[in-house]
Design a protein around this ligand. Sequence first.
Ligand SMILES: CC(C)(COP(=O)(O)OP(=O)(O)OC[C@H]1O[C@@H](n2cnc3c(N)ncnc32)[C@H](O)[C@@H]1OP(=O)(O)O)[C@@H](O)C(=O)NCCC(=O)NCCS
Length: 337
Amino acid sequence: MARLNLQVGPCRRRELPTLREMLNDVFITERGARGDLFDFAPLLYSEANLENLRVVRMRGRIVGHAGILPRPIRWRSQVLRAGLIGGVCAREDLRGTGIGTLAMENVAERMAELDLDFGVLWTGSGGFYERLGWRHAGGIAVMRIAEAAEAGEVRHEIMPFAGSPFEPEDLHELHEGAARTEVIRTPEETRIALTSAGRGALLALEGGRLNGYAAHTQGDVREIEGDSEACVSLLTHAAGLGHRLCVFPLNDPRIPEVAAALPVDVERRPLGMVLIVDREGLVGKIEAETGHSAQELGIGEDLDDEALLARVFGDESREPTDDPLPLDVHIGYLDHV
Ligand SMILES: CC(C)(COP(=O)(O)OP(=O)(O)OC[C@H]1O[C@@H](n2cnc3c(N)ncnc32)[C@H](O)[C@@H]1OP(=O)(O)O)[C@@H](O)C(=O)NCCC(=O)NCCS
């Protein structure tokens, strides 16, 4: 592949409008979608994150991009440092000329500079990232809700979050308080996840008390909080509004209870694609937390990165276990807010 004369580096403040235009051309216009990518992910595409928006330039003009949003993820008493990758693209007329590769190589360097443990991304173009060392890893459970669910009984009072007397902080409290949540999210991130363009939430109340919520995009429920009864009420109501998918952590104990009450199918899928950035740092945190050496855990130096990823994050067939590995991190709940 003949390489063009390309430069790569952080986006400059004055380039943000051009970057915005290119990203909207690729991810909105090309896909026949509506909206503005910068509104969907305001923390990723913010002035505060300029250094992590890596742009590829050709003769001074932006022709490609890959962005990183650094996010801490709680795993037991450790904090894993992840980079969420978004907006990877090359201008349509220049694809296949090495722009995407250059952007992603630069992202890997930047993630190392930022001292991140690993990167994670969600994509339908796995082949492109596999060439660069990224591998499918981890798992989530995706519940497909049948139309017949609409006929179910709704035991809770359900109301839209917008216009309710509740604040994002009330929902954040539920999110943080749930023992299953292994995600460190700031109240600001919760607010954006609930209120930014195209997003919303349904609330489940019992006797006026907030029991659960379902945070959704226009199509899917991305996150559901509350016990399984609250989930059943929320999903029944959501089905009536046309929501057909709900994402759960892989082995969420509420899944069988919800599936017993509603006509749903549950499919296990890889969490996303992961690239280990700081192998020593990641292994060190696992050793510190478990009190076992890397050798004892089967993640010694003899393992290549691919085998290490499989051992550390497991795959979508992973069942609950008392073993410390694979890690149980519900990063499916994170997105590029
Ligand atoms: C995916 C994308 C970023 C790749 O950028 P690009 O500049 O065209 O990629 P490169 O020129 O660096 O491609 C390098 C190689 O990857 C291959 N490749 C590109 N897209 C691929 C895909 N989806 N699956 C498998 N291989 C792919 C190319 O054929 C090329 O292979 P070669 O070196 O053997 O010729 C670009 O196609 C794009 O902007 N797509 C639309 C936006 C998108 O879908 N982004 C990903 C969202 S997660």
